[in-house]
Design a binder for this molecule. Structure first.
Ligand code: PRP
Length: 185
């Protein structure tokens, strides 16, 4: 079925369609399942809000036992020049100490959010700590962070859909699309 009728006028173009995303999520899930096959204490920690759809799809494709949990963060000065300050809004409910923790993130932009998360999680002494990121914008990076599983590298354009928003809109579009520049500039 065509998604043509679902494309709002604020959208410039679709970067990644539903089938492309689904195929990549299956690949990532297969890699994660292979790597964690021997561990019985895997916890996926999704970063809200953006990662909620990626998390749901990835988790349901895993063939290894796992728990799911979430953390909510927000960056100060989003949309302007960020100084990298990140605010913790909601913590995980799972005790991460001694567990194999996989952070599930929708997008890596400056890197400040993931860097912050890695620092606070390391202090909790997990058995292991890795990152799974659906989208990365390498041009925007301010701080290098390790990515263990990556979906796609994308150009420096504002993307929405599949969990990603503009002013909290467009999160539930089934594809990932670039917003028209005049909407956000
Ligand atoms: C987005 C995204 C990442 C973060 C990445 O979250 O979900 O968590 O920004 O940016 P960074 O690499 O520059 O730190 P956002 O603060 O927009 O919140 P949301 O997920 O609730 O939309």
């Amino acid at each position: 079925m065509s998604n043509e009728r679902l494309i709002p006028e604020e959208i410039e173009r679709v970067l990644l369609d539903e089938e492309t995303i689904a195929a990549r999520v299956r690949d990532l899930a297969a890699q994660v399942s292979a790597d964690y096959g021997d561990s019985d204490d895997l916890v996926l920690v999704g970063v809200l809000k953006g990662a909620f759809i990626f998390m749901a799809d990835l988790a349901r494709q895993l063939s290894v036992p796992h728990r799911v949990d979430f953390i909510a963060l927000s960056s100060y000065n989003k949309g302007s020049i960020s100084d990298g300050a990140v605010r913790l809004i909601m913590d995980t409910r799972t005790n991460l100490t001694g567990r194999h923790v996989l952070i599930v993130e929708d997008i890596l932009d400056t890197g400040y959010t993931l860097d912050y998360l890695l620092r606070i999680f390391r202090a909790r002494e997990p058995a292991s700590l890795r990152t799974c990121v659906l989208l990365s914008k390498p041009e925007r990076r301010k701080i290098e962070v390790p990515v263990d599983y990556l979906g796609f590298e994308i150009p420096d354009v504002w993307v929405v859909g599949y969990g990603l928003d503009y002013a909290d809109r467009f999160r539930t579009l089934p594809y990932i699309a670039a917003l028209k520049r005049e909407v956000y500039v």
